[in-house]
Ligand binder design. Structure first.
Ligand code: AMP
Ligand code: ZN
Length: 115
């Protein structure tokens, strides 16, 4: 599964991506189809399918994912104006890539509730 996973391939640099930030266990890169002026994906380097597959052993990795979201929000100048963090999980949420990813969306007013 990780062999064919799109985001695992980005982690292994087999597919190009514009990297926004990186740490030992996490990677942040720009979404290829941005839905806001800032749209970054922060992911664990390890293959975790989605939010339902997260276990306590992933806690350190998940913290690194959130740290990259903070770091890139600061870099992009949206740390004070605000931004949204989203994990789409499963079909009803429209999860298209089965490798856990946190969307970091900002630099525009975001509607609530989401569609
Ligand atoms: P989701 O619908 O939550 O699974 O989000 C998947 C996201 O991955 C979408 O926002 C896509 O635009 C994005 N995406 C798909 N392929 C790539 C890629 N090669 N590089 C960067 N982002 C991608
Ligand atoms: Zn993967």
């Amino acid at each position: 599964m990780p062999e064919n996973c799109l985001f695992c391939k980005i982690v292994r640099r087999e597919i190009p991506a514009k990297i926004a930030a990186e740490s030992e266990q996490a990677l942040a890169f720009y979404d290829i189809n941005p839905q806001a002026p800032v749209h970054i994906l922060a992911i664990p380097k390890a293959h975790i399918e989605n939010a339902m597959a997260v276990k306590s052993e992933h806690s350190g990795t998940l913290f690194e994912v959130l740290k990259l979201a903070q770091e890139t929000a600061r870099k992009e100048g949206i740390d004070k104006s605000g931004f949204r963090l989203i994990f789409n999980n499963g079909p009803d949420a429209g999860q298209a890539v089965s490798h856990l990813h946190m969307h970091v969306l900002g630099k525009r007013k975001l509607a609530w509730p989401p569609g």
